[in-house]
Every structure is written in structure tokens, then in C-alpha cells.
Design a protein around this ligand. Structure first.
Ligand code: FES
Ligand SMILES: [Fe+2]
Length: 431
């Protein structure tokens, strides 16, 4: 049986409400979420931000500085980026090329540029294992300690007057690892957003609880898919943040999830959704004994999503990466825990092999549905909305947020979109 929990929080300045339908296991964490700021008022009308924010180049420039370069951005999962000590990888974060290195205790991040004459330290998309503990620039051979970026050697610098090695370290970038998820923040100022304050102290625990195996070395990357969508990144986020369109656009999805138990949890800079699912459905089938019987999504400001789908332990990273005011790179990475080592000889060998292959088949069927069906069903919607936003007649829309928050327990609420737009207004001073 599902437990319904409704929380109401009143602040001195404004009447704020956080109302949710809680699933078993979630209610324990719900109070921690609701104590944080960021819930929105529901007794005032909510409208979308102005349409011009979705296509004006000048607004896109404002967003680069105010949002993309100031927020904690998900770079990926260590298993796909820097899986072992001594791994190095290049990754693009908010339009900047970043080098990640993995030491024995932590992951380090630097701008991918040599402080000598600006050669890139590693090639775009490169991933490899370092032979030593230093990163060497391919241009003139300066070398840097991989774990702290300090200059180790600049050939012939002993002949250069007043050359001070300390002045030529790599440009470090703030990095935070959360249960295998690597977050980067390009803001190196003293005003950088505090990670714990931004996401809440229970964020990592909640993620690992909802995505079993999240920080396991066995959580393996199965597929990466990238597609350019002709729409502003916020159109894709808006679309992701509501299920109001689900019964129209995603027939198989709504056959799998129980819309009567679709819950939304607002937080300051992330929003979680969870719904119970049924094993026999038109999306993809899973076993009633599989560990995951719910769909769980966590959107992370500004355009990253981490989620798990029903079935055996799995994880997806979904990103809506801005390319231009009217184009977005939609990138999905699919991971799963599949034990392919259970093929040892002995009485149970044949059965084990068949189980491993069944699990792999089920994981691939899930990936096929998520990538080829569910994501694609949203492509046309987003591109149509983008064209519509440029209509002279359209000035903005009213969001489906109900007075008192009664409707926020329902699958068709647009309260998460309203929350996203509040964050946008605050970040970019949108009236
Ligand atoms: S540019 Fe890197 S060593 Fe000269
Ligand atoms: Fe959708």
C-alpha cells in the first residue's frame, strides 16, 4: 500500500507549500527535503517566463554567465570517465574543455589548457590511463602533477631569469564527487555556490538509495546517444519537468507507470519524481521480483537528470546541453549492473550463463525503449513548441498549479515547471 503524506510549511514572509504523495522509503527522507528552502507559493498564478527568453541571443549570453558558469554541472559518472587511479579524461562542461584525473582519494579537475602557450593537455573526448603521475603537455613538454596540477618541469626554464614554477600550475576547477557522479563548477570566485547548501545534506544518500549500485564499480555504461534538437534547452527541461503531456504523448510509458501514484518532490535546485510501475506493460517488461519496481527521476539545475527505470539496477544520465539559443544537444548515457562473470564451470554454469544473458537482454530492451521511443516522442513536441514561441500572438502561458497545492499530488501538475521558472527568474533577473 502506498502512503500518502502531505506536508505544509508556512514561513513568516510567505505561505509556501510542499505537498507530495510519498512512496515507501521516500517518506523517511521527505521531511529533510521539505525543511529546505525553495518550495514555491501555490496561491498565486504562475506564468511561464517571456517567450523571448527561449530564442534571443542576448538572453542566451546572460544565461551563460549567470547560470551555466555558476552552477554545479554534472560531468558524468566516474565509471565512464575516470574509472581507476591514474585515469585521465577530457569532458566538456558548459562549453569549457575540462581535464579530469583520478588519484587514490579523489577526482581532480583542470581547464584543459597549458599555462605556457595554451596547447590542450588532452585531446577532446580523450580517455586513457596515465603511465606516470604527471600530465605532460604535447607541445613543449611541460609536465604537471596529476593530483594537484603543480608544475613539475618546464624544460630549460633554469636559464630563464626569475622563472617561478609556482606561477604556472594548471588552472584548477572546483569538483565534487557524489556516489560516483562527478560535478564541476566553473565558478572559481569566492561566491561559488556551496554544494551542500545547494543540494541539501541528504542528497547523496537519497540518490544512492533510489539508484542502487550508483557508486558500484559494476555499474557499467551500456550506451551513449546524442541528438541535436532544434529547440532552446529550457524547452527540453520544461518538457521533462511535467507529465501533463504523458497520457497524450507517451502511451507506452503511461501503460507502465501508475499515474495515480506519481509523486513530485521540490527542492531548491533539484526536483525528484517517483512512480510505481507494473511489470507487464507496453513500454518494456521487467520481472516482478526485480529490485526496482518504480521509475525515479532526479532533475538537477540547470539541465541535468539522473534516473533509474524499473527492472534490475540501472542508471541513466540525461542532459539538455545548450548549443545555441535555438539548439540543444540531448545526451543520454545508459548504465546497468550486469554480472557477466557468472559463467564459471560447475553444475550451475549453464544456468548462470543463461541468467547473465537474460539480464543483458532485459537491460538492452530497456535502453532501446528509453532511447528510441520515450526520448524520441518528445523531440517533435519540443521543436513544435520552439517554433510556436516565436509567434507574434504568444506572450507566455499559464501553468497548471492549483491554489493551496491540492493538485500537486497529481501527475498532471506543472508545479515543477513553475519552480524551474522561479529559478530562471532569480538567476537572470527576469521580471
Ligand atoms: S604549450 Fe604546453 S608546453 Fe608549451
Ligand atoms: Fe515527455
Amino acid at each position: 500500500m502506498l502512503a500518502r503524506v502531505t506536508l505544509l510549511r508556512l514561513s513568516q514572509r510567505s505561505k509556501c507549500i510542499s505537498t507530495q504523495t510519498a512512496l515507501p522509503g521516500f517518506s523517511r527522507n521527505l521531511s529533510a527535503i521539505s525543511r529546505q528552502e525553495g518550495v514555491i507559493e501555490t496561491d498565486v498564478p504562475h506564468y511561464t517566463i517571456p517567450p523571448s527568453c527561449y530564442y534571443e541571443p542576448s538572453h542566451h549570453e546572460i544565461e551563460k554567465e549567470a547560470i551555466f558558469e555558476k552552477s554545479w554541472q554534472l560531468a558524468g559518472h566516474v565509471n565512464a570517465l575516470v574509472p581507476t587511479v591514474g585515469s585521465v579524461a577530457e569532458v566538456s562542461v558548459a562549453g569549457q574543455s575540462i581535464v579530469l584525473t583520478r588519484g587514490s582519494d579523489s577526482v581532480s579537475a583542470y581547464h584543459n589548457v597549458c599555462p605556457h602557450r595554451a596547447h590542450e593537455l588532452v585531446q577532446p573526448g580523450e580517455k586513457r590511463q596515465m603511465k606516470s603521475k604527471v600530465l605532460t603537455c604535447p607541445n613543449h613538454g611541460w609536465s604537471f602533477k596529476a593530483t594537484d596540477g603543480k608544475l613539475v618541469k618546464a624544460r630549460f626554464s633554469e636559464n630563464v631569469p626569475d622563472f617561478c614554477s609556482k606561477d604556472f600550475s594548471l588552472f584548477a576547477v572546483p569538483v565534487k564527487e557524489v556516489r560516483g557522479l562527478v560535478f564541476i563548477n566553473l565558478d572559481t570566485s569566492d561566491n561559488i555556490a556551496d554544494f551542500e547548501d545547494t543540494f541539501g545534506s541528504g542528497f547523496d544518500q537519497l540518490l544512492s538509495e533510489k539508484i542502487p549500485g550508483l557508486d558500484s564499480a559494476d555499474m557499467k555504461q551500456l550506451a551513449v546517444k546524442e541528438k541535436v534538437v532544434n529547440a532552446n534547452w529550457k524547452v527540453l527541461v520544461d518538457n521533462f519537468l511535467e507529465c501533463y503531456h504523458c497520457d497524450i504523448a507517451h502511451k507506452a510509458f503511461v501503460d507502465m507507470v501508475d499515474l495515480n501514484n506519481y509523486a513530485t518532490y521540490l527542492n531548491k535546485q533539484h526536483i525528484m519524481f517517483e512512480a510505481t510501475c507494473k511489470p507487464d506493460n507496453k513500454a518494456y517488461s521487467f520481472d516482478k521480483d526485480d529490485l526496482l519496481q518504480t521509475a525515479f527521476f532526479c532533475w538537477i539545475w540547470p539541465y541535468n537528470v539522473v534516473y533509474s527505470a524499473p527492472g534490475s539496477p540501472n542508471m541513466s544520465i540525461l542532459q539538455f546541453i545548450p548549443i545555441s539559443p535555438t539548439q540543444t544537444l540531448r545526451r543520454s548515457e545508459r548504465f546497468a549492473m550486469i554480472d557477466t562473470s557468472s559463467t564459471s564451470s560447475g553444475d550451475g554454469a549453464a544456468e548462470s550463463e543463461s541468467t547473465a544473458s537474460d539480464a543483458e537482454e532485459a537491460a538492452l530492451a530497456r535502453v532501446a525503449y528509453l532511447n528510441q521511443v520515450l526520448l524520441e516522442e518528445d523531440t517533435g513536441i519540443c521543436e513544435s513548441v520552439q517554433r510556436g514561441l516565436k509567434s507574434k500572438a504568444y506572450k507566455g502561458g499559464r501553468l497548471m498549479v492549483s491554489k493551496g497545492g491540492e493538485m500537486e499530488q497529481k501527475w498532471h501538475t506543472e508545479i515543477a515547471v513553475a519552480h524551474f521558472h522561479q529559478l530562471l527568474r532569480k538567476s537572470c533577473n527576469i521580471p
